[in-house]
Each structure stands twice: as structure tokens, then as C-alpha cells.
Design a protein around this ligand. Structure first.
Ligand code: ADP
Ligand code: MG
Length: 242
């Protein structure tokens, strides 16, 4: 579903990603972890070409995101992305947040968009809040709306970049619950997160990054169960967060 092939990227003269290669299969849940500044956010942003790359290629569902002529808005519409900071439009109601891109990008009718949006809002347990504005919701609720908004676009894959790290601790669980549910329903997911409970529960694979490189790419069972086979950097990381 996502093929990341020998991706390198520079910010000016600073190389932020070095020869990153991995492949995410349909229905697979992959957790990306690693120390701060290791390039996790940059890597996940390259997947839907929010950040350009200078070397390598990324193919989503058979379509290269780097090839000239690729319709990026169309491709991005199928790749759901949820960031650390809930990026809802503050001046739009929950319902309007849910329907805007469906109408503007997918060309759905207002009625279709509303039906689909409300169904996804129900899925994240927030139907009662449909007429509120983001500012009237808790952080956890806003993040669940952001997930519902992404799901309303019928994504073929969902990308998450530390979706719970800006939340008060008591709200982390409600967002993770939605992500667990999605994973169990077979959604293809690439999740940057330090929630190792989530990784242990639902991920299939763990990627560990350090200094712009993928230094571990192994099954969840190997990552957590065979620490002696891990690189020193990953072992050190694990010893600090587990
Ligand atoms: P992570 O998500 O793992 O914390 P990032 O991908 O955000 O790491 O950042 C990786 C490195 O790239 C860091 O050293 C960061 O300072 C640098 N970086 C990130 N964004 C930019 C940018 N727009 N311009 C220059 N350097 C950047
Ligand atoms: Mg980051």
C-alpha cells in the first residue's frame, strides 16, 4: 500500500532522512518511534508529499507521489493524516469541519457529505457534539473529530503523527481507543507514537528511527520481545520508555 524506497531528504545542507526504505502492506499497522529529532515527522510527511524528497521514491497504492504529473491533491485526499495539534478550522462547526473537504475536494453533495461525516462522528462517539465549535470541545474530543474528518474522506491509509502527545493524560485513552478500533477494523495505518501500549496491542510492525535512518524495522514481537537483538540505540530508547 505504501512503498518507501531509498528516500533521502535534506533541509538545506542538513540531511534529515538517509536512505529510508520500508513497505507497508494493506491492513498493516506500523508504529514509528525513535528519539526527538530523528526524522519521524519528516518521514511521515513525505508520504503524502507534504515534504518533498530529493532522492528515492514513494508509491501509494501504485501511484508515485514524486512523479511529475501525479495529481497530488487527489492522492492526498485518499491519505488521511492526523497531527499532534488538532488542526480543525476554529471558525467552523464540527459538522462543517467534517463536510468541507468532502464537498470541495471530493465533489460530494452537501447531503452526502453530511451523511458520511455524521456516520464517522458517531463512530468516534461524538454525535452529540455535531453543532459545537472546536473551542467548545476538549483536546481529546477535537482529536477524535480530526480522525472522523479524515475518515470521512474514505482514506486508503491513515497517517498519525503523535496524535496523543499534546493531550492531557486523561484524554489519551479516548483517542487511542478510536485508533485501536480502526486498527482492528483493518485500516492500513502508519503511526508515529510513543504509546508503546498501543504498539504492543495493535501494531504489526515497529520502525525505529535514529538520526534520519530507519535502524529497526521488525515485527512487534521481535521489537519488544527480543531486546538483545536490537541495536544499542533502540535498546536505550526502550529502556527509557518501557
Ligand atoms: P521527529 O519528528 O523525529 O522529532 P523531525 O522530522 O521533526 O523529527 O525533525 C528531524 C530533524 O529535522 C530535526 O533535527 C529538526 O530540527 C529538523 N527539521 C525539521 N523540520 C525542519 C525544517 N522545516 N527546516 C530545517 N530543519 C528541520
Ligand atoms: Mg515529530
Amino acid at each position: 500500500m505504501i512503498d518507501i524506497k531509498n528516500v533521502s531528504k535534506w533541509y538545506g545542507s542538513f540531511q534529515v532522512l538517509t536512505d529510508c526504505t520500508t513497505r507497508i502492506q494493506k491492513g498493516e499497522v506500523v508504529v514509528v518511534c525513535g528519539p526527538s529529532g530523528s526524522g519521524k515527522s519528516t518521514l511521515i510527511k513525505t508520504v503524502n508529499a507534504l515534504e518533498p524528497i530529493q532522492k528515492g521514491d514513494i508509491v501509494i497504492d501504485g501511484q508515485s507521489v514524486t512523479a511529475a504529473g501525479t495529481n497530488l491533491p487527489k492522492l492526498r485526499a485518499r491519505v488521511g493524516m492526523v497531527f499532534q495539534h488538532f488542526e480543525l478550522f476554529p471558525h467552523l462547526s464540527v459538522t462543517e469541519n467534517l463536510t468541507l473537504a468532502q464537498i470541495k475536494v471530493l465533489g460530494r453533495s452537501k447531503d452526502d457529505a453530511l451523511t458520511r461525516g455524521l456516520k464517522m462522528l458517531d463512530r468516534v462517539g461524538l454525535s452529540a457534539h455535531k453543532d459545537k465549535f472546536p473551542g467548545q470541545l476538549s483536546g481529546g474530543q477535537q482529536q477524535r473529530v480530526a480522525i472522523a474528518r479524515a475518515l470521512s474522506m474514505d482514506p486508503i491509509v491513515m497517517l498519525f503523527d503523535e496524535p496523543t502527545s499534546a493531550l492531557d493524560p486523561e484524554m489519551v485513552g479516548e483517542v487511542l481507543d478510536v485508533m485501536v478500533q480502526l486498527a482492528n477494523e483493518g485500516m492500513t495505518m502508519m503511526c508515529v507514537t510513543h504509546e508503546m501500549g498501543f504498539a504492543k496491542k495493535v501494531s504489526h510492525r515497529v520502525i525505529f528511527m535514529d538520526a534520519g535512518k530507519i535502524v529497526e524495522d521488525c515485527s512487534k514481537d521481535d521489537f519488544f520481545g527480543k531486546p538483545d537483538e536490537r541495536s544499542p540505540r533502540a535498546k536505550d530508547f526502550l529502556s527509557k520508555i518501557l
